[in-house]
Design a protein around this ligand. Structure first.
Ligand code: ATP
Ligand code: MG
Length: 631
């Protein structure tokens, strides 16, 4: 009963975190742990920073987002550094509503949810601890109790700046319950919880006509007016609007731009002046981060309306585009599949990668540079080495458009197509071809795409298919070689020995007989011809390889067959060319002989053991490659 024990531990941990004391004890506590008085924005920033930052080539990767959001490190870096960080330092951006703008299913809600869950957990840590006036429905900051006249002195002594006024409710309690004795007001540690409505709120507009502002700012409790005698008695008011409840933490504002303007103005005064108006009371101070999200179309129509200009200048918009890296897109699918009820189905190797390639192609914009096609751009974005291009080219490509990633296919669509494939096929495995087929069929039902867009998407499906054909052939051919890496290495070593002798005009020594031999021109050419190196160009190619080897040696790195893209390709093609007929005949024979059957079984076993297939996907792959080679 491990879970029961863990639950008990969790409860006792919760007990041990509790703290309660008087205001004077709280002020003592601040001497040692001044950070607990930080603002909501600062707490959010510190939560993100405390999860760790990895710096690579001057770019910062915030690990807080790592487990759930993939391929968004650049927009997230911008978000942290242009909003969270300056807002934490009380700079002007704090006074604006944060609006995340991005395409559908691009991870906006996921991002906000991560922050909400993160704040809940952070408030249970020492660094993220929060204290409030005990029994206050808005968990008001205890420091609001300090009168304005004394705040400057307090700041000098404690280094803590106090913002905001004591709320009408606590002002009344101070007088009635504590006789104005601030020192005696009870303070407690609080823990953020969306479920319990502490420090985390979510507001989602309903029908604009029936929407009540009370949802945001609370409302009068008519049942208690008689008891307190007046509508302006704060005790007769329920401070239970979303803005009240989210005080000290954050509020998510869903579909903000669909909301009535009236509501938005409330928010603006809150963000701008740090207070809002409720009932018949003086302004109520609140300290919370407001995060809203919207899609691009809605946003465009919002800013094109002149009436919204004033609102617009009080919002800070942060783009959350789609991920543009194939490898990261694969991770998104893996995550979504693991969370779904099709998690047990075998997905053949490359399936998700091919689907991801299609998706990324739909999101990329045609490069303006003539020497790069879309496939190359896709590879470069994914961090692959593409001969002839370097990191500077990648950066240049990224600056060609400033709105890349704002449209294209969304991950949810792909996952839906994958699930429907699984359900329809009713088998225990699916492969890349199944998924491409399903993606293609789905385009007919896809509501929001025009004929032109559909045409181009069909083109991307063919491109992805071609990539798959290539991978499939390579995989099968590799599986035909007893030990591919070994064979490739032997062939390359042999080639390099010959090249060296050729360039140095020396002889080779036969390892067995010790006999001297001239370089094997036929062997060298048979490899070079694979990548179209002409008789005239061979000398330059061989010399270039020797130079590469000595560069490697100087840097203390080992040169292997992966170190030179073109050489690797040549070696691979040579190995495959030697095999081609065997593969072709074996995989496509309708009545395989004993020898062929044995080979097939060997290859299938290797696909299963070394490449992650299962019996049915390995058989499908072999059959498919057989048909490709016979075209
Ligand atoms: N970059 C990403 N990394 C990880 N998961 C992602 C990413 N983009 C989308 N997803 C996943 O896709 C699904 C849809 O994302 P989410 O609901 O967060 O998008 P959204 O931007 O809020 O969409 P909408 O505009 O439809 O509300 C989620 O399950 C999410 O985890
Ligand atoms: Mg959403």
């Amino acid at each position: 009963m491990d879970i029961l024990r863990r639950m008990a531990e969790y409860r006792s941990e919760e007990e041990s975190l509790k703290w309660e004391g008087t205001f004077s004890e709280y002020v003592e506590l601040l001497k040692e742990r001044p950070w607990v008085a930080q603002s909501a924005h600062s707490r959010v920033y510190n939560m993100i920073k405390d999860a760790g930052v990895k710096e690579v080539n001057g770019k910062r990767d915030y690990l807080f987002f790592r487990n759930q959001l993939f391929g968004l490190s650049e927009p997230l870096e911008k978000l942290v550094e242009e909003y969270f960080h300056p807002a934490a330092r009380r700079l002007d951006v704090k006074k604006r509503i944060l609006l995340l703008m991005g395409p559908v299913s691009g991870g906006k809600s996921t991002l906000v949810t991560m922050m909400k869950r993160g704040m809940e957990a952070y408030s249970r840590t020492d660094r993220g601890a929060v204290y409030a006036i005990k029994g206050c429905p808005m968990q008001e900051d205890p420091l609001h109790l300090i009168p304005h006249a004394l705040r400057e002195d307090f700041q000098k002594e404690y280094g803590i700046k106090i913002e905001g006024n004591l709320s009408p409710l606590n002002l009344m309690r101070l007088e009635k319950e504590f006789d104005g004795q601030i020192e005696n007001v009870p303070v407690e540690r609080i823990f953020f919880s969306e479920d319990k409505r502490v420090g985390i709120g979510t507001f989602s507009p309903s029908d604009p006509k029936s929407q009540d502002i009370a949802d945001l700012t609370g409302s009068l409790d008519f049942s208690t007016i008689a008891e307190y005698g007046s509508e302006s008695d704060p005790r007769a008011y329920r401070f239970d609007g979303e803005l009240n409840k989210a005080n000290r933490g954050m509020m998510e504002f869903q579909e903000m731009l669909k909301c009535d303007e009236k509501f938005l103005w409330h928010l603006l005064s809150l963000t701008q002046e740090g207070n809002f108006k409720a009932g018949r009371f003086a302004l109520i101070s609140a300290d919370e981060m407001i995060v809203a999200h919207t899609n691009e179309t809605e946003y465009r129509s919002f800013i094109s309306n002149r009436k919204n200009e004033a609102l617009h200048s009080r919002i800070i918009v942060m783009p959350i585009p789609y991920n543009l890296q194939v490898t990261q897109e694969e991770k998104i699918y893996e995550k979504l599949i693991a969370d779904s009820d099709v998690a047990g189905v075998h997905i053949a190797p490359h399936t998700l990668r091919i689907a991801a390639m299609f998706t990324i192609l739909t999101r990329l914009k045609e490069p303006k540079r003539k020497d790069i096609d879309l496939i190359k751009k896709m590879r470069l974005y994914d961090g692959e080495m593409v001969e002839g291009f370097n990191e500077a080219d990648v950066q240049e490509l990224k600056t060609e458009y400033d709105d890349e990633g704002m449209n294209g296919i969304d991950p949810r669509y792909v996952i839906n197509r994958i699930s429907s494939t699984i359900i329809r096929k009713e088998v225990s495995s699916i492969n890349a071809l199944d998924v491409l087929r399903s993606l293609k069929e789905g385009l007919d039902q896809h509501a929001s795409i025009t004929k032109d867009v559909k045409e181009s998407y069909l083109g991307f499906i063919s491109l992805a298919r071609r990539e798959f054909d290539d991978m499939a052939k390579k995989e099968v051919q590799k599986a035909f070689v007893y030990s591919y890496e070994e064979s490739a290495k032997t062939l390359m070593d042999n080639y390099l020995d010959n090249v060296e002798a050729y360039c140095h005009k020396s002889k080779l020594r036969d390892p067995l007989t010790g006999e001297e031999m001239t370089p094997d021109e036929k062997l060298m050419r048979s490899i070079e011809e694979q990548i179209g190196i002409s008789e005239n160009a061979k000398k330059a190619f061989r010399e270039e390889i020797l130079i590469r080897i000595s560069t490697y040696a100087r840097k203390g790195k080992r040169f292997n067959y992966q170190s030179h893209d073109r050489l690797r390709e040549a070696i691979q093609k040579k190995l495959f060319a030697d095999l081609k007929d065997v593969v072709k005949i074996t995989t496509s024979s309708k009545t395989p002989d004993e020898q062929q059957l044995k080979k097939m079984n060997e290859v299938i076993a290797r696909l299963i053991d070394e490449h992650g297939y299962n019996t049915s996907s390995a058989n499908e792959l072999l059959k498919y490659v057989g048909s490709l080679l016979n075209r």
